[in-house]
Write a protein that binds this ligand. Structure first.
Ligand SMILES: Cc1ncc(C[n+]2csc(CCOP(=O)(O)OP(=O)(O)O)c2C)c(N)n1
Ligand code: SF4
Ligand SMILES: [Mg+2]
Length: 274
């Protein structure tokens, strides 16, 4: 008998492309469990992704899926949500996809507060193309394009999302897979733009170069460096310097874009009589 997760996978697409120890499968499984918990009809559930190792997840999932172009997943997802607002739309992006080439789409989707649930697979690197640094690679870390250490400061994706207008912002690691699942559920229930950052391991493109060990050791690194929102409240900025704060980081209220768009359509129809 197929497990809950397996029943939503396209088994004919296997074996998957992910390296041993890669965290992407943990995020994919958390998403499937979240969709099950939400009770969404698979035929009314859409998963859109960009390009990258993480974005291959969409192809393995047996929902309505779109594997689009690098950095443009949110543009495709926006079109789907505007045309069919009744559909539940999830957007999967890598850290490079969401914050480098797709950075503009990201801030404007947040500004519009469009009802999409975005999961960012943050492995701190461009995994698929061989380990170039991304806007989420921490300063000092090594990449193929920063062999002596990255001199750029990294974005705080959660702060960026909140500042740009997202109404649900959360973070978990793949070590905290159950928390990740719960945050995806809560993000999907938010009627607006939701961002869930999933800290995930790329032992091949990032871990090896930064001497972080194999996938298991990278999971343990996540465990050791994560602190909950509650714990973080009692810590100084100095104590939080190398920590990952996990949990619900922000919940806000703002008008949702597709609902406002529908009102404009109705107003225009009244005025023009069409
Ligand atoms: C327009 C365009 N530019 C560049 C690329 C090459 N490219 C493919 S994936 C990728 C980066 C992937 O990094 P990330 O988004 O973090 O995903 P990951 O592979 O780490 O999951 C790049 C630069 C592309 N496919 N299309
Ligand atoms: S290169 Fe990194 S992100 Fe890509 S599949 Fe391998 S471990 Fe995962
Ligand atoms: Mg990446």
């Amino acid at each position: 008998m197929l497990s809950q997760v397996e029943s939503h996978l396209r088994s004919d697409r296997f074996p998957h492309i992910w390296c041993p120890g890669c965290g992407n499968g943990i995020v994919l499984a958390a998403l499937v469990r979240a969709i099950e918990e939400l009770g969404y009809d698979p035929d009314k559930t859409v998963v859109v992704s960009g390009i990258g190792c993480s974005s291959r997840a969409a192809g393995y999932l047996d929902f309505n899926t779109l594997h689009t172009t690098h950095g443009r997943a949110l543009a495709f997802a926006t079109g789907i949500k505007l045309a069919r607002p009744e559909l539940e739309v999830f957007v999967l992006m890598g850290d490079g996809d969401a914050t480098a080439i797709g950075g503009n789409h990201f801030i404007h989707a947040a500004r519009r507060n469009i009802d999409l649930t975005t999961i960012i697979f943050n492995n701190s690197i461009y995994g698929m193309t061989g380990g170039q640094y991304s806007p989420l690679t921490p300063p000092g870390k090594r990449a193929t394009t920063a062999p002596y250490g990255n001199i750029e400061r990294s974005f705080d994706i959660a702060e960026l999302a909140k500042g740009a207008g997202a109404t649900y912002v959360a973070r978990a690691t793949t070590y905290h897979a159950t928390m990740l699942e719960k945050l995806i559920v809560a993000g999907a229930r938010n009627k607006g733009f939701s961002v869930i950052e999933a800290i995930t391991a790329c032992p091949v493109g990032y871990g090896r170069r930064n001497k972080m060990g194999n996938g298991l050791q990278m999971l343990l690194w996540q465990k050791e460096h994560a602190v909950t929102v509650k714990q973080a409240e009692k810590m100084s900025p100095e104590e939080l310097r190398d920590k990952i704060v996990i949990g619900e980081l922000y919940k806000g209220e703002a008008p949702e874009y597709t609902a406002m768009y529908q009102q404009i359509i109705e107003r225009a129809q009244k005025i023009t009589g069409q």
